[in-house]
Design a protein around this ligand. Structure first.
Ligand SMILES: Nc1ncnc2c1ncn2[C@@H]1O[C@H](COP(=O)(O)OP(=O)(O)OP(=O)(O)O)[C@@H](O)[C@H]1O
Length: 369
């Protein structure tokens, strides 16, 4: 194994055929890694919607003119094991409905949702309950707490459903309450807690069961900025420790950029683009996505690895930068470094290509550089 690269290391040679950091990240993913996939999923509200013949050519306007609401339109995507997919879009674009379809909290009008290779639309109620209990965790905007149970009893409730004994489940619930910063409030009833505190109880309850698959619909929306950031950090920590598969809805692009492996941008029920944050920013699939992301500081999103390219076998001189460093983090070096191609390596020291300085500077500072 290569030892980690240090600044000042003399020369990096790129192996032939290397096509960059992004591709190497992608190539680690196989079909077997897919945990959730949906195929041409539609959710149309309105009487008799299930009888509609929906094809990729059906438009939202067509449906609207006949009295239907297409909340989700022909969505196909997959979520991989350990991946965090963030769903973004304006209010009413269909984010919650899509996630509800993925958990079969609502039945799709057309199309199929597969969870670990099983069509959840074909499952019986008992199979669904079992799947949700064993594998899924959900946090929704309305906290869904049981009003007649204390905070700690709410957190312990799913463990009770799993048949865990009282002492074990209360110990786990207490630890989760502490994790979300609610130590001392264990015996409060939901009505005695603020909105943000209730939201944290909901998050603690969801964390308590350590679900493999997590659906989170704006879980941090009621938290103040400091606690919100702490919760995001906690999520990133948990995510790095265990291979959880997470679908997360947010309105907040900064939150999406901090957390997402990929972002799905929705408009009028359809997914306009589902891609890594870097590709969303560097190669928007539509005018809408470009507009949606226009205010983003690209230097904070684009990492050196995403720009690394090199013709096979070429030698790169001098100390490397790390693939996961953002252009913003590298700004000083980019301005001062005399080289046109700066070698890029992974955290483990594996070369991934060369960073074209002028391109990086242009992305960082815009056309004026
Ligand atoms: N039960 C329902 N009956 C009829 N229309 C519905 C129903 N649920 C959602 N809709 C409609 O479907 C569309 C998508 O709603 P959805 O709640 O999924 O959007 P969203 O992107 O999650 O919005 P928000 O960010 O405001 O939560 C909206 O036009 C909404 O009015």
């Amino acid at each position: 194994m290569n030892s980690p690269a240090k600044f000042g290391d003399p020369v990096v040679t790129c192996p032939p055929g290397l096509s960059g950091w992004e591709l190497s990240r992608e190539s680690r993913v196989s079909e077997a890694d897919v945990v959730i996939s949906c195929h041409n999923v539609w959710k149309v509200f309105g009487k008799g919607a299930e009888k509609l013949r929906l094809t990729s050519a059906t438009t939202a306007e067509e449906l609207r003119s006949t009295g239907y609401i297409a909340a989700v339109r022909d969505v196909s995507l997959s979520v991989r094991r350990g991946e965090m997919l963030v769903v973004m879009g304006l209010s009413g674009s269909g984010k919650s409905t899509l996630v509800r379809c993925l958990a079969r909290l609502v039945d799709v009008t057309s199309g199929a949702v597969m969870v670990e290779g099983r069509d959840i639309g074909a499952m019986t109620e008992a199979e669904l309950i079992q799947l949700r209990r064993a594998k899924m965790g959900m946090v929704f905007q309305s906290f869904g707490l049981l009003p007649h149970r204390t905070a700690i009893e709410n957190v312990a409730f799913p463990l009770e459903m799993r048949g865990q004994d009282r002492a074990t489940r209360l110990a786990r619930a207490r630890a989760m309450m502490e994790l979300v910063g609610l130590k001392g409030r264990e015996d409060y009833f939901p009505r005695e807690l603020s909105g943000g505190q209730q939201q944290r109880v909901g998050i603690a309850r969801s964390l308590a069961v350590e679900p493999d698959i997590w659906f989170l619909d704006e879980p941090f929306s009621a938290l103040d900025p400091l606690i919100r950031r702490e919760m995001q950090d906690e999520f990133l920590r948990l995510k790095s420790m265990v291979a959880k598969t997470i679908v997360f809805i947010t309105h907040d692009f900064d939150e999406a950029l901090r957390l997402a492996d990929r972002i799905a941008i929705m408009k009028d029920g359809a997914v306009e683009q589902c891609d890594t944050p870097e590709r969303i920013v560097m190669a928007p699939a539509s005018e809408y996505v470009a507009k949606f992301t226009s205010a983003i500081d690209r230097g904070r999103v684009i990492r050196a690895g995403a720009l690394a390219e090199l013709p096979a076998g070429r030698m790169l001189e001098g100390p490397p930068v790390l693939a996961h460093q953002t252009l913003r983090e590298l700004a000083h070096q980019l301005v001062c470094d005399p080289r046109n191609l700066i070698p890029v390596v992974t955290g483990e020291g594996r070369p991934v290509g060369g960073l074209d300085k002028s391109r990086a500077v242009e992305l960082l500072f815009g056309g004026e550089a």
